[in-house]
Design a protein around this ligand. Structure first.
Ligand SMILES: [Zn+2]
Length: 372
């Protein structure tokens, strides 16, 4: 007997099969699955397997005298310990590569110092383990075992805001099971306040990167993005004035926190394209030529367009947020009004990528709003 979940997933895929072709045309499928059933068919997310490069990670930590827990925690925070390849998303934010999210400058630096061909370092995760350990040791500025690792982490991942650096250091230390220095914890927590957010479930981290909408009452589209970085990296860049980019919301990897950076009534800077209805199923053609930021709400998701799947808890948290936005603004809950960045700006954006489970995600939005 096929488990109910698998059946729901199969039926979900079958939705897009052309009518009358293939053996499934005659299959007794019964009524189509409800939004709640389609949403329930989402897998949990990243498989919990040990990566093949774990032994190299241990050897690299020993070689450069970096605590293994710290090296592991950096990869956990940067990428969820996945071998990712970042794409351009925010101006100035360097693209991240591999489990430790190494930037082009870090790869250059480590390749030179460790005498590794840069092209091999880009391709081979075990070598990146050595590069990351060496970079952490360099950032520590000494060879001491009990180096100031909090300061080293802030130098390792040069984030553009003090709040971002504090939150990054606190996050990595917590993951490594290390105490977070009081001064670091204070800087990290000072960045977030409650009360100002439009969504009750969000913390407020103000971005200076916004302006007024031409019509503050006209909000008609929700744009889904992937940050091409971790949660902290994402909100830190989007609250940095020099980035000249923002989004209304950022959803954390595990769905446990959502940051709001720009009020919904204001115009965040998350899509650099004008609307063309041909890219959106011929919907809302009267808006052709209008800046998409004028009438949209942008939601960034910590993670990468190159990742094969998204954590269920993150998708659930995002779906509850989108349900709330659609309720308050009267936005239809369908694929013409909940759209990916790449679809609207195909010339130079790929997010949220082919791993984003659109059918189940929109079903989760509907289910969160009680639609069946
Ligand atoms: Zn985007």
């Amino acid at each position: 007997m096929i488990p109910r979940r698998a059946l729901v997933a199969l039926v979900g895929i079958g939705f897009f099969a052309p009518a009358g072709c293939g053996p499934e045309a005659d299959a007794p499928l019964g009524p189509p699955p409800s939004a709640a059933e389609l949403c329930a068919g989402l897998p949990e997310g990243r498989p919990a397997s040990s990566p093949a490069w774990e032994a190299d990670e241990g050897a690299a930590a020993r070689r450069f005298g970096v605590p293994l827990a710290l090296l592991r925690a950096v990869a956990q925070v940067e990428s969820g310990r996945q071998n990712v390849l970042g794409q351009p998303e925010v101006a100035g934010q360097p693209v991240a590569r591999g489990p430790w999210g190494l930037t082009p400058a870090q790869l250059d630096h480590a390749a030179g110092a460790l005498r590794l061909p840069r092209s091999r370092l880009e391709r081979e995760v075990p070598l990146q383990a050595y590069a990351a350990a060496w970079l952490l040791r360099q950032a520590a500025g000494s060879t001491a075992v009990d180096a100031d690792w909090a300061a080293a982490l802030a130098r390792f991942r040069e984030l553009p805001t003090a709040a971002g650096r504090g939150a990054y250091v606190a996050e990595v230390l917590r993951r490594a099971g290390e105490p977070v220095p009081l001064a670091v914890a204070a800087v990290a927590s000072a960045s977030a306040t409650t009360g100002a957010a439009d969504y009750a479930g969000a913390v407020w981290r103000a971005s200076p990167n916004f302006n007024a909408r031409p019509n503050p009452a006209d909000v008609h589209l929700i744009v889904i993005h992937s940050c091409e970085g971790s949660y902290v990296v994402c909100w830190s860049w989007l609250t940095n004035p020099a980035a000249r980019a923002s989004a209304h919301y950022v959803v954390r990897e595990d769905g446990s926190e959502i940051s709001q950076l720009v009020h919904e009534r204001d115009r965040a800077w998350h899509v650099a394209a004008r609307y063309e209805c041909a890219r959106n199923g011929g919907h809302d053609c009267e808006r052709n030529g209008q800046s998409i930021n004028d009438f949209s709400i942008g939601i960034e998701h910590a993670g990468f367009a190159s990742q094969p799947m998204w954590p269920r808890a993150q998708l659930d948290a995002s779906a509850r947020l989108v349900c709330d936005i659609t309720r308050r603004w009267g936005i239809p809950r369908d694929r013409y009004h909940i759209v990916g960045h790449a679809q609207l700006q195909p010339a130079d954006r790929t997010d949220p990528g082919s791993g984003w489970p659109w059918t189940a995600y929109v079903a989760c939005v509907r289910a969160a709003c009680g639609e069946y």
